[in-house]
Design a protein around this ligand. Structure first.
Ligand SMILES: [Zn+2]
Length: 175
């Protein structure tokens, strides 16, 4: 079988799915589904991602495609049962745009350091505005492997850790 070079447009994919699936539980609304990733909700350039992988016979048709950013496309499930894609997308559904990756960073932080992020904030009486001022500075001290997504969960977890440390140095000790 020769593969045709004709691509389904992103708008066709949006129109196909958002007239059929309930957007509740996804990270995007219908109005922004053409420009925000269906998993993380970030406004990034989007890639067509097969629901059933091409190698398992999945077609290049709107009914077998969703729109994901590059980093989510790397992590998506590649399995012949199409329901798995929707289970995965909904499991990561987040109500607010642009909070997805920090949430992933927090999950990774809690896994590595065996501490609940919110408990640590309370325990150390942390001022969130000051915390995120430091966090945004610490983000500048990160890098990434060429070709890998920028700011993966492990990097964000590290940024949270160094932010806690700096916060302690800057505010707690002086009291
Ligand atoms: Zn994404």
């Amino acid at each position: 079988m020769t593969r045709k070079n004709m691509k389904v447009s992103k708008q066709e994919i949006v129109d196909y799915w958002f007239s059929r699936v309930d957007e509740c539980g996804l990270s995007v609304d219908t109005s922004e589904a053409h420009k925000r990733c269906w998993r993380c909700g970030c406004e990034k350039s989007l890639e067509r991602c097969h629901i059933i992988p091409a190698s398992l016979g999945g077609e290049d048709a709107a009914s077998n495609l969703v729109l994901l950013c590059k980093r989510c496309h790397i992590e998506n499930p590649n399995i012949a049962d199409p329901e798995i894609m929707w289970d995965w997308l909904r499991a990561y559904g987040t109500t607010f745009y642009d909070t997805f990756w920090i949430k992933q960073g927090i999950k990774e932080y809690e896994f590595i350091y065996h501490k609940k992020f919110n408990d640590e904030l309370k325990e150390k009486s942390i001022d969130l505005t000051k915390f995120f001022e430091i966090y945004n500075e610490e983000i500048q001290n990160t890098s990434y492997h060429y070709g890998h997504p920028y700011l993966n969960s492990a990097t964000l977890a590290g940024v949270i850790r160094t932010t806690f440390k700096k916060y302690e140095v800057n505010y707690t000790v002086r009291q």
